[in-house]
Ligand binder design. Sequence first.
Ligand code: SF4
Length: 247
Amino acid sequence: MSNALRELVASARALVEELAEEGIEAFPRTAAIPAPAAAPRTESRPAPTPPETARATTFSERPSLDEVRSVLGDCTRCRLSEGRTQIVFGDGNPHAAIVFVGEGPGEQEDLRGIPFCGRAGELLTSMIEKGMGIPRSEVYICNVVKCRPPGNRTPLPDEVTACRPFLDGQIQAIGPRVIVALGKPAASLLLGRDVAITKIRGTWHAYHGIPVMPTFHPAYVLRQYTPENRRLVWEDLKAALAKARER
Ligand code: SF4
């Protein structure tokens, strides 16, 4: 036997022994040739955990809110998970005719796990209950991102992108008649372009065929608590309510 042949046989024997240690005893004749870089996998070795960003964010065609929440899980798909106390998913009627979408949870929301439960939330609740004349529990309220941005900063584009499927899923699940976008980030996301809220508030738009009414965020109204701003928001909410009640 030539030296070259001896070396070849020795290499083959070493390979067979290595594969045996990995629990591989035979290959079917039709087995595909593994890619050179792929390491052999054994039953005892768990598959590597995919990064969160690669995890499923798809739902059934008309998911329930529970399904969307379940796919969201204990999400770490973006850096906002690092500073949150808890995920603030959404609150209200799962069959609501009107969905309010804000920007992201603030301090109180992060602590209590309920969207719009701080000062801005009190104003929103008052606008819904006293202004529109319906209980808050009749509408659904959620945010573009489900975790509090540090210092209440505006969510960054990659954070919005990471969280967006869950807002889409919530809207799919509820199937509202009207969406009220509270402030620029929510309006920009739903309309698919950067908008100036002062220019587009009070005008109708659409998100996948659902009428969208952009209006000022209650936090802005609190900062600029003028009769004029309160009147404008009130007009927007009246229009949203009328649209939701159209036959
Ligand atoms: S903001 Fe959304 S995508 Fe980011 S960690 Fe929280 S739930 Fe996940």
